[in-house]
Design a protein around this ligand. Sequence first.
Ligand code: GLN
Length: 266
Amino acid sequence: MTEAEILFAEVLGCDRMSLYRNRALPLNAEISKYIGTVLKRRIHGEPLQYILGKTEFMGLEFKVEPGVLIPRQETEILVEKVVQEVTKSQGHNAISLSLLDLGTGSGCIAVFLAKMFPAAKITAVDISEQALRIAKQNAILHGVDERIQFIQGNLLSPYAVRRTQYDIIVSNPPYIPSWEISQLQPEIAYEPRIALDGGEDGLDFYRKIALTCGRCLKIHGKLILEIGFGQLEGIKNIFQKNKNFEAIEVIKDYNNIDRVAIIEKR
Ligand code: GLN
C-alpha cells in the first residue's frame, strides 16, 4: 500500500480496494482537518507509522510510537527464515522450541512467532523500558502476552536469559554505522538511535552477540540475524573466528542484498 492509501483507508475506516470502488468518498470537515494535520507532520519528515501510531508486519497490526523502531519489510525475511528453520527441525507444532528474541523493540518478531508456534517458549529482551512496554501491548493485542517472557536488559546480560539454552536466538540488532545515520532519509531521525546505531562499522552488536551467544545456544542451535548492506564479510570474520560456531548461511532480500545470516552452534 502507498502512504496515501494507508492514510485514506485509516481515516475513512475502509480497506484499500474500497478506496477505489467508492467513487464518492465520504469526506467531512473533521476528516479533512485530520488529514491536514497528518500531512503537516508528514511533510516535516515524521514517519507515517508514528503519526498513525501503528504499522503492519507479517500481515498483523502493530502499535508503534517514537521509542521503538518501525518494523521494516526486510525483517519479514528474517522472520520467514526463523519459521522455516523451526518447522524443518521441529515440525509445525514446535512443542519443545525455546526461542530468544534479542532487542525485541515493538515485539513484532516475538509476537508473530508466538502466534505461529503456540507451544513454543519465547523470551524477548530489550534494553529500553519504553520498547518493552509497547512490545507487551502488542503481545496483548494479539493474545500472546501470557506466552512471551519479557525481560529488560542488555542483550544476554539478564540472569534468566544467560542461564537458559535456546534452540534459536533471533535478532535484528542495531547495525547502521554511526556516521551513516545522519546521512539517511529524514524519517530515521525520528527513530530511537539505540535501535539503529551499530557503532563505528555497524558491527558492534554482532561482536557482542558472537562473544555471548555461544553458551546460550543448544548444540546445533541457530543464531538467525538480520544484517546490513555490505556487512556479510565482516560478520563472517567475526563468527568464523569464534570456535562456538559453524559455517554461515546467507539469505538475500528482494533487492538482492545479503539480509539474513544463519549461524549454527557447533
Ligand atoms: N533496516 C534498518 C534501516 O536500514 C536498520 C535496522 C537496524 O539497524 N537493525 O533503517
